[in-house]
Design a protein around this ligand. Structure first.
Ligand SMILES: [Zn+2]
Ligand SMILES: [Zn+2]
Length: 122
């Protein structure tokens, strides 16, 4: 089953979160973003155009201000935004990890090396 990750946009559907903006209940949402996800489930936020603009502006000013950057729990580097991923070995609903893009790239590289077998070995 499809499991969302934080900071990823997902399609809006008429479910428990509804189809209207969280901050402006009278407006229709145009985007839905996953704000939190773990092995128990996910939380979403609906946004209208104005809220989306605000969200993008917030991300932009965070990128421009290193004091607001997140620290990677693994390598302690500061990055504008940590990336989220799941370890495929723990299943599509396993715990969600937050790392800097470098650590995420390293993780996938290692994972591919461990999970890709050369056919010539047979
Ligand atoms: Zn709104
Ligand atoms: Zn890192």
């Amino acid at each position: 089953m499809y499991a969302p990750l934080p900071n990823h946009f997902v399609p809006i559907s008429d479910d428990e979160w509804g189809t209207n903006c969280d901050d402006h209940p009278e407006r229709r949402a145009i985007k839905r973003i996953c704000v939190e996800a773990d092995s128990f489930g996910a939380e979403y936020s609906n946004m209208c155009q104005e809220c989306l603009d605000e969200f993008n502006a917030y991300k932009q000013q965070k990128r421009d201000d290193p004091e607001q950057w997140d620290t990677c729990p693994r390598c302690k580097n500061s990055v504008p935004q940590l990336s989220s991923f799941r370890d495929p070995d723990e299943g599509s609903h396993g715990p969600v990890y937050h790392r800097c893009p470098d650590c995420v790239a390293k993780f996938w590289k290692r994972w591919e090396e461990e999970n890709c077998y050369d056919d010539d070995d047979y």
